[in-house]
Design a protein around this ligand. Sequence first.
Ligand SMILES: [Zn+2]
Length: 269
Amino acid sequence: MPELPEVETIRRDLIRDVKGKKVKDVEILNPRVIKEPSPSEFKRRIKGSSFRDFLRRAKVLAIKLSSGDYLVVHLRMTGQLVYSAKKEEKARVIFDLSGGKYLSFNDQRLFAELRLVRDWQKMKFVKGLGPEPLEKSFTAGKFGDILKNKKTKIKPLLMDQTFIAGIGNLYAQEALFQAGISPGRAANKLNDAEVKKLYTAIQKVLHDAIRYHGSSVDEYVNGRGEKGEYHLRLKVYGREGKPCSRCKSKIKKVSMGGRGTCFCPKCQK
Ligand SMILES: [Zn+2]
């Protein structure tokens, strides 16, 4: 499932490739992905407007249109946004752009969602999101403050979007490995040094993943339809039974909050 680095990669690709382009037509091949408004209104309001800007909050992309509307894209499990010279075979919605190319919204499993709204900041789920981990205002001190009152296990807490925005199952596991912290530790029991280590690990893992254009562990591709490269650098995610890159112990997998969680029992305390 695309997390912050994947959505950020797509955002940067689209800024480079399609910012300023006009939507000549909207082809709706499966209306199920359009959650609001009606498919016909969706098409009518987008057609003729152009892409002004591409914004991101957590794992969600918001495309600002010249009409003043925002096209809000939630990729969920298998969603893709691909700019190319041909219409994608798996496309559910295709935006025909000025210049003769297409922006295809693909989604194999039909969990992804498109919404056209006037003010995306007012959307209920956006208002409920926690801080963005890569913003300057999110300091190690702030991170420590919000951890202090949380008695829950650290790993599911990192994935809680109301706590911090944008981290999911993959990057939570990687950040905890980098920090040397066991995923089952109680959040409020981390000492100051561990909080600092985890904060630094989150920053590093997310920045590195953006630098390598995200992790293509499932359907994810960037805004040009290419795979990312960060999955080649994963230390624990999906590596159950394989040797730890640091100590050669076997990576262990447990279920935590219903999600598979890999870690090194020796390196992570
Ligand atoms: Zn290890």
